[in-house]
Design a protein around this ligand. Structure first.
Ligand SMILES: *[C@@H]1O[C@H](CO)[C@@H](O)[C@H](O)[C@H]1NC(C)=O
Ligand SMILES: *[C@@H]1O[C@H](CO)[C@@H](O)[C@H](O)[C@H]1NC(C)=O
Length: 345
């Protein structure tokens, strides 16, 4: 009896030891190094070691933060950031659309359901949003959400849509994509990726289903989730969502690289160096208008009254814009994710 017990204990100890060893091994990841290959940037060919809290550029764990070096930021340091959109960070468009401008100010733009509005209109980039929504009896305006994004850059176009879901199922994917007018599939699964044939655009899933990151090198990075309007939201806000539609929509966060000083659009203008936000900081529910200025005739048209997009221009005015970034300090904003983001005052 006794020898058996000791044997058992010894085996158990050995097992525990092995498990612990494996665990310590897994916990330590040698921090990777990052650099920028673009000339004239502060970080050009400087190798920066990632912080130990986020040692990897592409962590295998979907919930881990990633290491990121913003080649445009005036400070050349690697920072940690979430892979999914941060609805409380600059460049966010979430909920019934609540925006956070490049200036960090929160504002609402309601628009109208089943219409399209320009979020960004710059010489080399246009981003439109399709709004879906409903208007319960007796209300004076529509409740709206962003259901799709349409991008036009150079001579290319790209769309990202949340597909309709009667009943929400997180395990099912609700994303649909097109590039240059052709739809394409990205296999379900974390870090599954797709590149456009000309390598202009890269898309990566940041969770098994319903989350992606879209990158157009040197121009924009978009993190997006598809989410439903939950019963809780419905109860709080009184949307009166019908039983047969979950109003699947997008939560988005944009990061822009090299916007021009004349950038327009609901969100775009908040990145103008001289922009004075009509929404005052700290004011609850600051609603910003401009339907007439930003309405486009479709998801991929650039015909709004304030639109400034010019087809074919890939990098117009970039270096001009760069001078602005160089003189600006974006640190100390206290918003998570704010550090790696190009911001202007
Ligand atoms: C999108 O790009 C394709 C390929 O260049 C083009 O044929 C199509 O007309 C574009 N779509 C729109 C709406 O501009
Ligand atoms: C949902 O139900 C409403 C009536 O309550 C109907 O008008 C609408 O067409 C239905 N939508 C779908 C997607 O079945």
């Amino acid at each position: 009896m006794k020898p058996f017990f000791f044997q058992f204990a010894a085996i158990l100890l050995l097992l525990l030891n092995t498990i612990m060893m494996i665990e310590t091994q897994a916990a330590y990841v040698k921090p990777q190094r990052v650099t920028c290959y673009k000339r004239y940037r502060k970080c050009y060919l400087k190798y920066i070691t990632c912080p130990s809290e986020c040692p990897e550029i592409r962590p295998k764990d979907p919930y881990a933060k990633e290491c990121f070096l913003d080649c445009y930021s005036p400070k050349c340091e690697a920072v940690c950031r979430k892979r999914r959109p941060n609805c409380d960070g600059p460049g966010a468009a979430c909920y019934d659309p609540r925006f956070i401008g490049g200036d960090g100010i929160v504002f609402y733009f309601h628009g109208k359901k089943d219409e399209h509005f320009s979020l960004i209109s710059d010489v080399n980039l246009q981003i439109n949003a399709r709004f879906i929504g409903l208007r319960p009896a007796g209300r004076t305006r529509d409740f709206t959400w962003i259901q799709a994004l349409g991008l036009i850059f150079g001579f290319h176009n790209f769309t990202l849509e949340a597909t309709k879901a009667e009943n929400w199922d997180q395990e099912a994917d609700h994303l649909k994509f097109t590039y240059d007018g052709m739809s394409f599939n990205v296999p379900i699964g974390y870090s599954s990726a797709w590149n456009s044939p000309d390598e202009n655009l890269e898309l990566e899933r940041t969770s098994g289903t319903n989350s992606v990151r879209v990158t157009i090198q040197e121009i924009v990075e978009i993190s997006a989730n598809v989410v439903p309007v939950t019963e809780k939201d419905d109860a709080i806000h009184g949307y009166q969502i019908p039983k047969n539609d979950s109003f699947a929509h997008l939560e988005v966060q944009f990061r822009f690289f090299g916007l021009s000083p004349n950038v327009e659009g609901i969100l775009g203008r908040t990145y103008q160096p001289s922009f004075k936000n009509p929404a005052k900081p700290g004011v609850d529910m600051a609603v910003v208008g401009g339907d007439d200025k930003y309405k486009t005739s479709s998801l991929l048209s650039t015909d709004c009254n304030s639109c400034v997009f010019t087809p074919g221009k890939m990098f117009a005015e970039r270096d001009l814009a760069l001078m602005d970034y160089g003189s600006l300090d974006c640190t100390g904003r206290g918003i998570d994710g704010g550090k790696g983001i190009v911001c202007k005052k």
